[in-house]
Design a protein around this ligand. Structure first.
Ligand code: SF4
Length: 60
């Protein structure tokens, strides 16, 4: 399991950055580096608008 940001839902509130996750960066928009994502789900729980979505293991 990995996570990605749904850019249409993201409001750039940066709550997910509070997780201090090394896979999440803000550069014009919030980006989750799929290589670094361990699937822990902390950012997923922090996002107030459900903009962080799970990606099926077979789809990345
Ligand atoms: S917490 Fe959700 S809405 Fe806020 S910046 Fe992160 S992905 Fe976007």
């Amino acid at each position: 399991m990995k996570y990605k940001v749904n850019q249409e839902k993201c409001r750039q509130c940066k709550m997910c950055l509070r997780s201090k996750c090394p896979a999440i960066k803000f550069k014009d928009k919030i980006i989750i580096n799929i290589e670094k994502c361990t699937g822990c789900g902390i950012c997923y729980k922090l996002c107030p608008v459900n903009a962080i979505e799970m990606i099926d293991d077979n789809k990345y």
